[in-house]
Design a protein around this ligand. Structure first.
Ligand code: G6P
Length: 609
């Protein structure tokens, strides 16, 4: 969604700003813009719809110069995609970029119109900038001084950076509702909504907390907390590897991230498996016994792909730990009155740690009497990690492709370790933990083996790319994998796909079966395989077109295309069978020529509810 970059330096900042917002393209956006304060202390602003490349073209030959500036990628919420609606917005000597939504903007706008302000855009952001100008004009105070009063008038999310051409040495950052980080340079400082934008200039970051206001100058930074007292914030050195943000030999980030999974999982396991039999989470340390020993129920909440990971974990919690587990989509959790189970522990899952629905759910959960909470997240400094009592990092590395791949399989890896740990703590014996340590150690190799089936999966993709609909079937812990396969296909190949429980097929969807709707089935060899074969026969009997991924030979009928995959241990089958479905969606999208890394209408991290 929207992205912010700002800089206050002692050099011309134009190229840095353009390069950095390009880094934020993966988040999803529809227009971009920047503003600088030039040598005459005047704003120079350039905006464009479409890709950042369009903006770059517009800045060429303009000889832009400025040591302080703002840049933004906009995801339209208030007002259509247009140059007028793109940020930065300006009111006289004040310029602003903003992420979030101001819920009471219409009311403030009509007040400001009565005061004579002219609006050139339909955005809520222009309302903020005129409001700041109005307050300053009225009181004659500095921008910082009027900020407090102005902010109390805004309802909603308003993380923003403000620049004043009457005072070209400082930027003011306000963090409220979506993330903002300060990047520390030498004789220069930066602000961004995502550390990826700043990795070319620094690895040292301060993550602003909810309600913070920061004054950022090239040589110093002052932060006020939500009570407006001076705050000290920790400097975090990022361990994000630069290689993660390069495509290397791959055509798309998604392709790279699929093939990176053995390595990502190895990183997830690194330093966590001790003596080949114990799991150790340094994030929890010795607290882990206290955290988990009393829980009798788990409530997991997430969105999108992370929700599918939680669905798999439900099976593990119930079958291995005998702990009842409920799983819910975050927006639903926040939309209903719920009865919290006795001794229930609340778990959120998120790649980004910034998904607004999941954050809201966490905030609500804190008032509901859960035993405690934990987030499983890929981003160390994210809001979810900061606001949760406990966290576990998935360590997948930066994921750029909008459609999640390696973050899903590393979430599952962490979840399986967590289940094993909880079993040991509660049962006071570690047989299951030992078994899982052994299986997880071989997981990366298993994934390397299945990735080698890519040619056969490309052949299947060639047969399926022009289909309009597809059905994905799964049973038990393979059902969330069917959901994930269907989601991938919708996201990047724009093909309508539905996931169904194999056992439910006969209660409705069987009516859909014909030769135009391919049915994709993952069927690992386990106690349920015979039932799955029965489902396959039912479909064949009605002329359905079946594609099966299984580690057993399944050639019951002629209209089955069966891809025999390598053997895998039953417990990790959900992780393993995700891979062919990721590859299938990827190769179908590749043939269709869609924008795989930035599919239409989607954002990597959805920071509005
Ligand atoms: C967006 C992304 C999905 C992702 C979901 C949840 O919709 O496009 O790929 O699964 O958000 O994101 P999270 O960062 O919370 O895992």
């Amino acid at each position: 969604m929207c992205g912010i970059v700002a800089a206050v330096t002692q050099r011309n900042i134009i190229n840095f700003l353009l390069h950095s917002i390009q880094r934020l393209e993966y988040r999803g956006y529809d227009s971009s813009g920047l503003a600088l304060i030039d040598q005459n202390n005047k704003f120079v602003r350039v905006r464009s719809i479409g890709k950042v490349n369009q903006l770059i073209k517009k800045t060429k030959n303009k000889k832009l110069f400025g040591k302080i500036g703002l840049a933004h990628t906009r995801w339209a919420t208030h007002g259509k995609v247009s140059e007028e609606n793109a940020h930065p917005h300006v009111s006289s000597h004040i310029s602003i970029v903003h992420n979030g939504v101001i819920e009471n903007s219409f009311k403030i706008k009509s007040f400001l119109k009565e005061q004579g302000y002219i609006f050139y855009s339909d955005t809520d952001t222009e309302v903020i900038v005129h409001l700041l100008h109005w307050e300053q004009k009225k009181t004659g105070k500095s921008l910082l001084e009027i900020m407090n009063h102005s902010l109390t008038q805004l309802k909603g999310n308003y993380s923003m950076v403000v620049m004043d051409s009457n005072n070209s040495s400082k930027l003011i950052a306000v963090c409220s509702g979506s993330p903002l980080i300060i990047g520390l340079g030498i004789g220069e400082n930066f602000i961004a909504s995502d550390q990826i934008a700043l990795l070319s200039v620094t690895k040292n970051f301060i993550y602003l907390k909810e309600g913070d206001i920061a004054i950022v100058q090239s040589e110093k930074i002052k932060i006020f907390n939500k009570n407006r007292s001076i705050a000290q914030r920790k400097i975090i050195t990022s361990d994000v590897q630069y290689e993660y943000i390069k495509k290397g030999k791959y055509k798309y980030y998604m392709e790279k991230e699929i093939y990176e999974q053995p390595k990502s999982i190895r990183n997830t396991l690194k330093n966590r498996l001790k003596n080949n039999e114990t799991i150790y989470f340094s994030e929890l340390g010795i607290k882990e016994k206290n955290i988990f020993s009393h829980l009798e129920h788990i409530h997991m909440v997430a969105c999108g792909t992370s929700y599918h990971a939680a669905m798999v974990a439900k099976h593990w919690f119930e079958s291995l730990a005998n702990i009842p587990c409920d799983v819910e989509v975050a927006s639903e959790f926040s939309s209903r009155k719920l009865a919290v189970r006795k001794k229930s522990f609340f778990v959120t899952l998120s790649q980004s740690g910034e998904t607004a629905d999941t954050l809201t759910a966490l905030r609500i959960s804190k008032k509901l009497g859960y035993l405690g909470n934990l987030t499983i997240c890929n981003m160390k400094g994210s809001s979810l990690v900061q606001e949760s009592d406990n966290y576990l990092l998935t360590k997948a590395g930066v994921e750029i492709g909008v459609a999640s791949t390696k973050s899903f399989t590393t979430q599952l890896t962490v979840l399986l370790m967590l289940v094993a740990k909880i079993v040991s703590i509660k049962k006071k014996e570690n047989n299951i933990e030992k078994k899982i340590v052994k299986i997880l150690t071989i997981l990366p190799r298993r994934i390397e083996e299945i990735l080698k089936k890519n040619k056969q999966i490309q052949d299947i993709a060639k047969k399926l790319h022009n289909k309009k609909h597809m059905l994905f079937l799964g049973r038990s812990d393979q059902y969330p994998i069917a959901m994930e396969g269907a989601l991938k296909l919708k996201e990047i190949a724009y093909i309508h796909a539905e996931a169904y429980l194999s056992g439910e097929l006969k209660h409705g969807p069987l009516a859909l079966i014909d030769k135009d709707i391919p049915i994709i089935i993952t069927a690992p060899k386990n106690s349920l395989l015979e039932k799955t074969k029965k489902t396959i026969q039912e479909i064949c009997a009605r002329g359905g077109l079946i594609y099966v991924f299984s580690n057993e030979e399944i050639n019951l009928e002629t209209n089955i295309t069966s891809l025999k995959v390598p053997y895998v241990e039953e417990i990790i089958a959900p992780i393993f069978y995700t891979i062919p479905l990721q590859l299938l969606a990827y190769y179908i999208a590749l043939i269709k020529g869609t924008n795989i890394d930035q599919p239409r209408n989607l954002a990597k991290s959805v920071t509005v509810e």
